[in-house]
Design a protein around this ligand. Sequence first.
Ligand SMILES: [Fe+2]
Length: 198
Amino acid sequence: MANDRALPTTPAPVERRVAAIQDAFAARGLPVVQAVADLSHKAQEEWVPRNGARVVARAWTDPAFRARLLADGRSAVMELGLSMPAHHRHLVVLENTATVQNVICCTLCSCTAFTVIGLPPDWYKDLEYRSRVVRESRHVLREMGLDLPPEVEVRVWDTTADTRYMVLPEQPPHTVGWPEEKLAAVVTRDAMIGVARL
Ligand SMILES: [Fe+2]
């Protein structure tokens, strides 16, 4: 059927378009305004790197937990009261050593284990990082401030919808013996992505 209504030449202002979408949801009984508020609260208060930092600190201080974390990351983080969406079926924890540096990316889009290590930073979503870290990882890491000696092997891991990654950084020697809470404070998001060492 032909649509003889003239299309507007310019789109409505964004506020009017947002209001129209909200009205359409409300008309169907879907509380979208509350859902957006809930999501933004989760993003700012709940899905934060300090979750992963607690996991790392526990792994550094508890060898049995570390073993469980490396064997089945998803179950192990749940021991600490963290959760993961059902479609994040696997959390693979990658252990850095003196001679191995693991780095994570999502070549397709921006996937992370966001409930554990936090939402991805802007550069992680950038096509520049996603494409180049795979082809010239050592070079990209150097540009980001991590200049690795040649004997350190770089391993890049590409996230998928159901397999999420987290890097377990090496514990800095001067922190051995610290309490867990103090250890967690030295763990950064970038170290859990693998673009920094501690
Ligand atoms: Fe993705």
